[in-house]
Write a protein that binds this ligand. Structure first.
Ligand code: MG
Length: 394
């Protein structure tokens, strides 16, 4: 039985999010990157990894499918649902989509709060029961004033007992769904789910939130969140090299995960993809995790003819499990033939898919050796790769 589902609301268009970059790229804030990882992906990986969360679903905007696919690549989550015209409608559509799963508890989280932590999730989930919801709150430390239309103070407000509401907000699923159904066509704009719950008589307990769990609504929020990553992470570089010999009897080579027609193939235990092998070793090198032969010994028949994306994904997963991110990849393929340039974009695209990083972080270059050496004599192909990664500082 599914007990606790996290519903991440990421259908917004970020109308409050202005700034030069967002105007240039028009990328909604939840798909912008902080510390080399998409805002939404940071939310997703935290919820997926949390032991009390049984399933995760995202509510997205209909135009964001491609961005979403990149943010959610290789994560074990439910298919997304398309949101509505308001946050409230999007949450309602998300809740409705969970009817078959019928979880006991649902957590509603803003996709633009990427710094959500395990502790906050724990406190919220622990405080929810069949009649009670729970939200993380932060005590107000500044003095609060009510002002009139001209900006003059008309009232001092006692800040004692005041909190600001964060997400995730947790509720008994069926009660929250009923509350949303009831208020669906209300004239009043409810800015969060605890307001809807309260309106329908559900008690909501406030637990301590986390000051770091900010909602990214402006360019400066994005910069603030990014700087917290750059000061907390260490940069590492890894280098990889590989070479494989041509063999007769095949009519293609596999380079960078892409099959390229050629008069010969490459000889190797796996698919002999020199480019992905060099890249795999570069990632392993950056995190001091041995080399490809250590993880996938040639002596093991299991890897005979294996597709090398398995090796690359494995190395990247070791990095990602340590909360690392790939900053950039620079790959060079050395051969007289086949010509690499016509296939460059396909290789970049394939590596982007395997590593779940954006294409502009991947460089693929090709060169010859002017007829010198084994590459020049067309005996084989070699490849080198450099990778820069960021790891959380220990
Ligand atoms: Mg190799």
């Amino acid at each position: 039985m599914v007990k606790c589902v996290a519903l991440i609301v990421a259908a917004g268009r970020g109308t409050r999010f202005s700034g030069l970059l967002s105007q240039q790229y028009q990328i909604p804030k939840q798909y912008r990157e902080i510390g080399g990882k998409m805002v939404l992906r940071r939310c997703l990986t935290t919820f997926v990894a949390h032991p009390k969360i049984d399933a995760v679903r995202v509510v997205i905007h209909k135009d964001d499918r491609e961005l979403y696919n990149l943010a959610a690549l290789n994560l074990d989550i439910l298919p997304p649902v398309i949101g509505g015209n308001s946050r409230q409608e999007s949450v309602y559509l998300g809740l409705e989509s969970l009817k078959d799963l019928n979880p006991d508890v649902v957590l509603i989280h803003d996709g633009a709060r990427p710094l959500i932590d395990f502790g906050t999730i724990n406190r919220v989930v622990s405080a929810v029961d069949e009649n009670t919801g729970s939200i993380p709150g932060i005590s107000v430390v500044e003095s609060i004033k009510r002002v009139d239309e001209d900006g003059y103070i008309i009232q001092n407000i006692d800040r004692n007992n005041l909190v600001t509401a964060q997400t995730p907000q947790g509720f008994p699923y069926r009660k929250l769904l009923e509350a949303h159904e009831k208020l669906r066509n209300s004239e009043i704009l409810y800015t969060d789910d605890s307001a809807i719950a309260l309106e329908c008589g559900i008690r909501v307990k406030v637990v301590s939130g986390n000051e770091s769990n900010i909602k990214i609504t402006s360019s400066s929020d994005l910069a603030k969140a990014s700087s917290s990553f750059s000061t907390q992470s260490e940069i590492r570089t890894g280098y990889g090299f590989d070479a494989h010999r041509f063999e007769d009897g095949k009519n293609f080579v596999t380079l960078g995960g892409v099959e390229i027609p050629h008069s010969k193939g490459l000889l190797g235990h796996s698919d002999a993809d020199v480019a992905l092998h060099a890249l795999t070793d570069a990632i392993l090198g950056a995190i001091s995790a041995g080399d490809i032969g250590l993880h996938f010994p040639c002596s093991d028949p299991k890897w005979k003819g294996a597709s090398s994306d398995i090796f690359l994904r494995h190395a990247a997963n070791i990095l990602y499990e340590r909360d690392g991110v790939i900053n950039n990849v620079d790959l060079t393929i050395v051969c007289e033939s086949p010509k690499i340039t016509p296939h460059r974009y396909n290789i970049i695209k394939r590596i982007s898919e395997i590593l779940s990083i954006s294409e502009d972080r991947i460089s693929v270059k090709a060169t010859t050796t002017e007829g010198m050496g084994y590459e020049g004599r067309k005996e084989g192909i070699s490849s080198t790769a450099i990778v820069t990664v960021k790891l959380p500082q220990r």
